[in-house]
Design a protein around this ligand. Structure first.
Ligand SMILES: Nc1ncnc2c1ncn2[C@@H]1O[C@H](COP(=O)(O)OP(=O)(O)OP(=O)(O)O)[C@@H](O)[C@H]1O
Ligand SMILES: [Mg+2]
Length: 354
């Protein structure tokens, strides 16, 4: 798994800093699996985080402190994640006899393969297995711009938190999926985290991320379409999008605007799948799992299922997590579950093998 530290550590809070809200998950390991210790969510005003970049660190650090205070979270060590343009994930093939040799060769290889200067990025890698060519190893190279990682760790330290792990949204999503669904090997799954401004796509098989891509489209686009099309404020458009009533609008008036954005999203997903089939694997995608708040947009699940002809399901990251009803309102947990997938995957980093 990708991250700054890999040692076993106790109690990390998974903290997902998104453009519409910050999400926190803390877990405990039990004999039967996991138990939810804490669940927090706090909204951010628009322009605080823009497409994965923290623009207003003070607002973010106050929101983090608020989540920790409101939910009485005691742990100060966090696992967080980055995504978007400043993260590059690339599969490469290398020849290396030992782990040490591999580690030594990575920066050189990264310099050759990435357009970025290696001194400007935080590098990490994971060996995927033997390559198709003799003596080679397939390696997943992950580079995050150093300034992006600092952008996150500084906001966290302003909030008095210590960043123990910096992961990538798409991989955290995969960790949450695997813990919740124990997917059978040799089946291909597409995981989509459709947030407010970014959609993370990760196509996985047998625990390996075969293909990842971040697309700049999400719930904000739907809200903007309603704002423009129906002449509404941001707040009214959000409310309408989530199934609420707005005085001047008949409910059926919104569908055409939502559908127009869903069509754009569908096209991006279709393009990604086509590219995956052309470059990586001809194997069909067996099922799509949708996470993120925008997974719940009216009609989206059906549209994807009908147009792509692949079964689509909303991802429940708490499927195998014990949630005490005295502590957490089950209806609320169920409502926010798809938005918690990345935070859940990050919280799982507490239990990394040493
Ligand atoms: N029930 C719902 N129906 C439609 N959209 C919803 C619903 N609930 C939340 N959303 C939308 O989901 C988005 C928030 O989802 P999420 O928390 O996954 O995004 P984020 O992590 O803040 O954003 P990003 O990862 O793109 O930076 C918002 O655009 C919000 O309007
Ligand atoms: Mg998000």
């Amino acid at each position: 798994m990708w991250g700054l530290g890999r040692k076993q550590r106790k109690g990390l809070v998974g903290l997902d800093i998104g453009s519409s809200s910050i999400k926190a998950v803390e877990l405990k390991k039990t004999r039967n699996g996991y138990e939810l210790v804490n669940l927090g969510l706090d909204s951010l005003s628009p322009d605080t985080v823009v497409e994965g970049t923290i623009m207003d660190a003070l607002s973010v650090s106050s929101a983090i402190q608020k989540i920790f205070a409101d939910n009485q979270i005691q742990t100060d060590d966090v696992a967080t994640s980055v995504s978007g343009h400043s993260v590059i994930v690339k599969k490469i093939t290398m020849v290396a006899a030992t782990d040490a040799e591999l580690a030594q060769a990575i920066p050189y290889e990264a310099q050759q393969q990435l357009s970025a200067d290696v001194s400007d990025v935080n590098l990490s890698y994971q060996v995927l297995g033997p390559s198709a060519t003799p003596n080679g190893l397939d390696v997943m190279l992950v580079a995050a711009k150093r300034e992006k990682v600092l952008n996150y760790t500084q906001a966290l330290s302003q909030a008095g938190k210590n960043t123990a792990v910096v992961d990538v949204d798409a991989f955290a999503l995969q960790n949450a999926f695997e813990a919740s669904y124990e997917p059978p090997p040799d089946r291909t799954f597409a995981l989509l985290n459709i947030g407010a401004s970014i959609t993370n796509i990760n196509i996985v098989r047998s625990g390996i991320p075969l293909f990842t891509r971040d697309v700049s489209i999400g719930g904000k686009r739907y809200t903007e379409a309603l704002q423009k099309g129906l002449d509404l404020s941001f707040e009214d458009a959000e409310k309408l999008k989530m199934g609420g009533e707005v005085a001047s609008v008949r409910p059926e008036m919104k569908s055409v605007h939502l559908r127009a954005v869903s069509d754009i999203l569908l096209l991006e997903i279709q393009k990604t799948f086509d590219f995956f089939h052309q470059t990586t694997s001809p194997e069909p995608i067996d099922r799509i799992y949708l996470a993120g708040g925008t997974a719940r947009v009216e009609g989206l699940v059906d549209l994807l299922e009908n147009e792509l002809r692949i079964p689509v399901e909303i991802l429940d990251p708490f499927r195998h997590v014990a949630v005490a009803e005295e502590q957490f309102d089950p209806a609320y947990v169920n409502d926010v579950a798809p938005r918690m997938a990345v935070a859940m995957g990050l919280a799982l980093r507490s239990f990394d093998a040493a």
